[in-house]
Ligand binder design. Structure first.
Ligand SMILES: [Zn+2]
Length: 75
């Protein structure tokens, strides 16, 4: 009878610590930098890198840089 209670307690403790261990591992994985790039916060489009046109000297956001119309414009 006593052994049965002890076994039950052991099983419960095993499951409890197992869940704690898995939860901590998942949290560590979530915090690990570089694995997943967090999505940029809303409204941060203005913070993107700007590129300068060598020919006309205008600054444009790197992702949406467009040609200024000159034939030797790199964009
Ligand atoms: Zn240009």
């Amino acid at each position: 009878m006593f052994a049965k209670i002890l076994l039950t307690v052991a099983v419960v403790a095993f499951i409890w610590f197992g869940f704690k261990y898995l939860g901590r591992r998942a949290e560590l994985r979530r915090r690990e930098p570089g694995q997943r790039v967090p999505p940029p916060p809303p409204g941060s489009d203005h913070a993107e890198t700007m590129v300068e046109c060598r020919v006309c000297g205008t600054w444009q956001p790197g992702r949406t840089a467009r040609s200024c119309g000159r034939s030797d414009c790199p964009y």
